[in-house]
Design a protein around this ligand. Sequence first.
Ligand SMILES: *Cc1c(COP(=O)(O)O)cnc(C)c1O
Length: 464
Amino acid sequence: MSAQPDAYAEALERARTHAMAWLASIPSRPVGPRKRAEELLAGFGAPLPDGPTDPADVVDELAALADPGLMAMPSGRFFGWVIGGTLPAALAADWLVSAWDQNAGMRYATPAMAAAEEAAGAWLLDLLGLPAGSDVGFTTGATMANFVGLAAGRQQVLGRIGWDLAAVGLSGAPRIRVFVGAERHDVIDLTLRYLGLGGPIVVDVDDQGRLRPDALAAAMDEPGISGSPAIVCLQLGNLHSGAFDPMAESIRVAHDRGAWVHVDGAFGLWAAASPEYREALAGVELADSWATDAHKTLNVPYDCGMAIVADPDAVRPAFGVHTSYLFQDDPGPGDAFEKVPELSRRARGVTVWAALRSLGRSGTVQLVERLAANARALADGIALIAGAEVLNEVVFTQVSVSFGDDETTRRVTAALIADGAAWMSGSRWHDREILRILVSNWSTDADDVSQSLAAIERAVTTAT
Ligand SMILES: *Cc1c(COP(=O)(O)O)cnc(C)c1O
């Protein structure tokens, strides 16, 4: 017997009620969690009951246990890491994705998911000015999207010298040299580990953390290195400054030397949607693969990243599977499972469709521009606070602030987090302790900005 709708009704009603209560609490609750995981475990970790519990009661209990340990990440005053909120259409679409329970790997089996994700992918390419017809795969995040782009690159650069990676593997293969900027995201090194490519060759950056194309050329031309199969990994959106690696020139240097070019644009690739950034990002479309996140700048729920590869024939040999029980839609746009590491997969791309459908083209551009404008407003306000110094050129959504010596900056950061009105995290940049502000939430407004500036002022008063 199939489950009757009634079996779900009460549990889903309660989930809706708790979800609405959570969202309603966000404007007034402290941004940070009130309890630590160890304390919460006492509630969650009671002995597993012997018998069943009513689903609706489970939902009530879950909501009550979780509440004191929730970080108000959807708050317009949450500026920790690069963590966006959730657009209403995307959140609602995510609920439907769970209710539909589609295994989104195959076009034949789940055509609605395939169509929605393919449409979302095409909209994305159009918005970002990337080559139409690129393969777009939906991953858990930018880590796996970087993995996909770099895996495609690995396969291609070995293929070009006649090495059949799929058949022979990496052992004994000519070493692939991977070039990265000194201020890349750490997950690039992680994905290189997954891929068995070892440590990268680190290229010098300028004072904002942008890779220097002249240094890239020099590194690639080193005797003993030049002529090796090569991958160049560029970055759009420095973790601390928001700065963009120079695209056109770096890509030209790399392509002139036969390298595959991958771009880690987890949050920064979205700048390509805005005419304001057209010049800063000129040439981005010339790369071979790109990674970005929808759960950051686009504000869809966790988890959702996108792996974009210009040449579908480059990615499918890396991830394609052919067996008798998978019904493949060949030839054509390809099945989802040929573009990402997973076979069974949630239809997470549907949230991207819903987000873009609700924003429209101009809404998406405005979202990106508003995040950057809020970052500038925060930086301008901080510059007026005695003892505070903005260390980066605020070119996108990142603001890195020092309050003097390292100890003072640490104290201000701790006071700010204890205050609770806003949430920002500490970090280290260019050998200095900093308060790092990352603007990623669609709902942040002028009031959030002024409340957050007031919170920083209070923290400075408390800590100094
Ligand atoms: C966030 C981020 C990543 C990692 O992305 P996840 O979605 O957390 O996997 C990689 N690179 C950059 C530049 C990032 O900002």
